[in-house]
Design a protein around this ligand. Structure first.
Ligand code: GLC
Length: 562
């Protein structure tokens, strides 16, 4: 842990690292599938995905049979009316559905149909900031004395330059580049935005804001949702006095050249979380997950609570190396402890897709299948990003077609990668638009979509999709894999990473080969003393039972001992 992390940890309260496993039985320890609604399936021919498109593919996600993917829950990236400056992460009405996605009736149908199939629905709540076009902000910026004047973080200038220019209240910078303060000529004050100027930060210290947001949470729970993902939840509170952050060396972006002591991770968050949990827990079996915005594994563990998970992205940062993953996972396990419950994330709408990060051309999808095995067999709740199950790669989007405003603006203000590349429309079948839409899609399709699509991979037993299906259904059928304990196993080869998962009455051994060469490894003795029996491999045929394994290049194998 670096100095920066230590400083942040010191700023944290003594948060309870709570045994979450018990509270997470059932779907919450199951597989969550992230749908990026814009890119999933378009039914009304406008080139943008919609709720009816998600409904059309629920059977694909889980119809109760092993021919479907077998996921337990869907997380929908924001579906609320938005001004579109951050693809839905700038909400202008928290209680409605953006027309582009459909209607409230469509949403209610989607929830009912998902529930009929045992699929839970998690919504993405973006509560650190609203859109600048949200009526709350429109009202707030209109005057210094109005009803909502204190709903956002407004500050007087810290003086004026000799030329009469207002000076910013402190040194904070926006994550997307440029200062975190924008001058408002009407109020003659600055307002704070951790992200774009079109995403003003809410003032969570104002009880009226808190009450309004809790009301929104209730509204969606009443509409039947099973949980929420809280966007950048550890940034909700800023230090009350807004002191400047200390500077640090390193990092290409101004944001990473500060120690974020005062603009996030404030102690008040823990109490807020408890209040939110109280509402969410009024009915059993709901779940929330907070997006840890630029934080350490230790912070992720500290913020985890029963029924409340935290995304930490430490696995995304690992290079393709058995040792690197083993080390990162050991660190996570140490931070969470055997009773804490982590999340497992290799891809999402903000990051380069795992299949691209691990792509090594000549081996096609071999690494993708090893990564799939890791995702589905580590201890924790796996989050599978749409398209990951077919090994979808990032899609190069030329400058003129970039939609992501953060990427468009990054050219001038900071280097920020173009997230559109990880948001390509889902290829469902052959044809120019791959069954995604009948119109030109909002983002270009993957150039591979004629061959890399759901229909062709369904027909191919050796495809990534067929492998994911077998893997997820195996996970569903084995408590050792879904909720069991985790123990790394030394297997005597630096290119192999292996671990044991154990539940009360069963065990599974997972062996992941990261290398290009075949190796022979000795398997540890099984807990039951019976020989290990392979139940799934990325390669055909399954390896024979026994205490030695001839691992083929880039092969992953799951063994059981019953
Ligand atoms: C989160 C979202 C990202 C968004 C940002 C601001 O990190 O995942 O897509 O741009 O928050 O809301």
């Amino acid at each position: 842990m670096g100095d920066r992390d230590q400083a942040i940890m010191d700023a944290l309260p003594e948060a309870p690292v709570t045994p979450a496993a018990d509270a997470l039985e059932g779907w919450r320890s199951g597989v969550v599938y992230q749908v990026y609604p814009r890119s999933f399936s378009d039914t009304d021919g406008d080139g943008v995905g919609d709720l009816a498109g998600i409904l059309d593919h629920l059977d694909y996600l889980n119809d109760g049979s092993p021919d479907s993917l077998g996921i337990d829950a869907i997380w929908l990236s924001p579906i609320y009316p938005s001004a579109g400056f951050d693809s839905g992460y700038d909400v202008s009405d928290y209680s409605a559905i953006d027309r582009i996605f459909g209607t409230l009736a469509d949403f209610e149908r989607l929830v009912a149909e998902a529930h009929r199939r045992g699929i839970r629905v998690i919504l993405d709540l973006v509560l650190n900031h609203t859109s600048h076009l949200h009526p709350w902000f429109v009202e707030s910026r209109a005057s210094r004395t109005g009803l909502r004047s204190d709903w956002y973080i407004w500050r007087d200038p810290a003086g004026y330059s000799p030329a009469g220019r207002p000076r910013r209240p402190n040194n904070w910078v926006s994550f997307f580049g440029g200062p975190a303060w924008t001058w408002d000529a009407t109020r003659e004050q600055f307002y704070l935005h951790t992200f774009l100027p079109q995403q003003p930060d809410l003032n969570w210290r104002n009880p009226a804001v808190r009450a309004a947001v809790l009301e929104i949470i209730r509204t969606w729970l009443d509409r039947g949702v099973d949980g929420f993902r809280f966007d950048v939840f550890n940034a909700f509170f800023k230090h009350a006095d807004l002191p400047s952050n200390p500077y640090r060396l390193g990092g290409r972006r101004a944001y990473s050249r500060q120690v974020h002591l005062y603009d996030k991770n404030q102690p008040e968050l823990v109490e807020l979380l408890a209040e939110i949990r109280q509402i969410v827990d009024e009915l059993p079996g709901r779940m929330t997950v907070g997006e840890l915005f630029e934080g350490s594994v230790r912070q992720a563990a500290a913020y985890t609570a029963p029924g409340h998970l935290i995304f930490d992205f430490s696995l995304i940062r690992q290079p393709w190396s058995a040792r690197a993953f083993a080390r990162a996972i050991a660190e996570r396990e140490a931070a969470f402890g055997p009773g804490g419950w982590p999340t497992i994330v290799l891809s999402n709408h903000d990051q380069s897709r795992s299949a691209s990060r691990y792509d090594d051309g000549p081996h096609g999808d071999a690494r993708v299948k090893v990564a799939a095995t890791l995702l589905m067999t580590l201890r924790g709740t796996p989050f599978l990003y749409y398209g990951e199950e077919i090994g979808l790669r990032d899609v190069a989007v030329p400058w003129a077609e970039i939609q992501d405003p953060a990427a468009r603006r990054s050219r001038f203000l900071s280097s920020w990668w173009n997230r559109d590349q990880a948001r390509a429309p889902m290829p469902w079948g052959p044809g120019p638009i791959a069954g995604f839409s009948t119109a030109r899609p909002w983002l270009r399709m993957s150039p591979e979509s004629a061959t890399r699509n759901v229909a062709s991979q369904t027909a191919d037993p050796g495809s990534v999709l067929s492998y994911y299906r077998r893997l997820i259904w195996l996970r569903r059928s084995r408590s050792a894999l879904s909720v069991g304990s985790y123990e790394e196993v030394g297997i005597g080869d630096a290119s192999v990473f292996a671990y044991l998962r154990r539940a009360a009455d069963q065990a599974a051994l997972v062996v992941l080969g990261f290398g290009r060469r075949a190796v022979t490894v000795a398997l540890p003795e099984s807990p039951s003393g019976r020989p290990w029996r392979a139940v799934l491999s990325t390669h055909d045929p399954l390896p024979p039972a026994g205490d030695r394994l001839e691992l083929r290049p880039l092969e992953a194998v799951i063994f059981v001992d019953d």
